[in-house]
Design a protein around this ligand. Structure first.
Ligand SMILES: CC(C)(COP(=O)(O)OP(=O)(O)OC[C@H]1O[C@@H](n2cnc3c(N)ncnc32)[C@H](O)[C@@H]1OP(=O)(O)O)[C@@H](O)C(=O)NCCC(=O)NCCS
Length: 169
């Protein structure tokens, strides 16, 4: 199975924020943003693996800035590391100023997807070779984030989370 690079899974979704997608302050409802991020990361994981993929966990989402109604919102997702059957996807979210086009980052999230066969059994995915400095940084941190996610979901004993524990030494 050939390795792939992050740019091969790059997925960019740009859409407007409509009034029916907002909260009482006329800002984008958090669940709507999560749905867009989930869709973008699902496409990215599918592009990397060319298999059926399911969301295994949403590891980290930061709502840094609110997103007003009418905003043009861009959600960008890329695989940051592939393990055996699972893939970590980094999602970055921007809004752009209508007049200047200047982009402001409003949100980021880290998702884990797993490639499965039709029976829902996890299957192998290609490995990932990071290219840029940011891709390398995200790749290097992915194992400890995987271990943290597994510990939090009671799928790994904290004593086995060696990469994660090394952070505190
Ligand atoms: C995700 C799923 C396929 C994992 O199945 P499983 O029986 O736990 O399989 P495994 O234990 O072999 O785990 C498969 C991979 O997922 C990873 N994984 C499982 N749970 C994880 C979690 N919470 N965080 C990070 N990685 C996780 C495992 O580490 C393993 O990775 P690897 O093969 O790359 O080493 C299964 O839990 C599932 O189908 N969940 C429902 C998915 C779904 O419906 N999503 C949409 C929700 S709306």
């Amino acid at each position: 199975m050939d390795s792939k690079t992050p740019k091969e899974s790059l997925t960019i979704l740009t859409d407007m924020v409509l009034p029916g997608e907002t909260n009482a302050l006329d800002n984008l409802f958090g669940g709507e943003l999560l749905a867009r991020m989930d869709r973008a990361s699902s496409i990215a994981a599918g592009r990397h693996s060319r298999q059926i993929v399911v969301t295994a966990s949403v590891n980290h989402v930061v709502f840094t800035k609110s997103v007003p109604v009418g905003s043009v919102l861009t959600v960008q997702a890329k695989v940051s590391r592939a393990f055996v059957s699972s893939m970590e996807i980094f999602v970055d979210v921007w809004i752009e100023d209508r007049k200047s086009g200047q982009k402001t980052k409003v949100n980021e999230g880290i998702y884990t997807f797993v490639a499965v066969n039709r029976a829902g059994t996890p299957i192998k995915v290609p490995s990932l070779i990071p290219e840029t400095d940011l891709e390398k940084e995200r790749f290097n941190g992915a194992l400890r984030r995987k271990q943290l996610s597994l510990v939090l979901s009671n799928k790994m004993n904290p004593s086995n989370a060696t990469e994660l524990k090394a952070l505190f030494k």
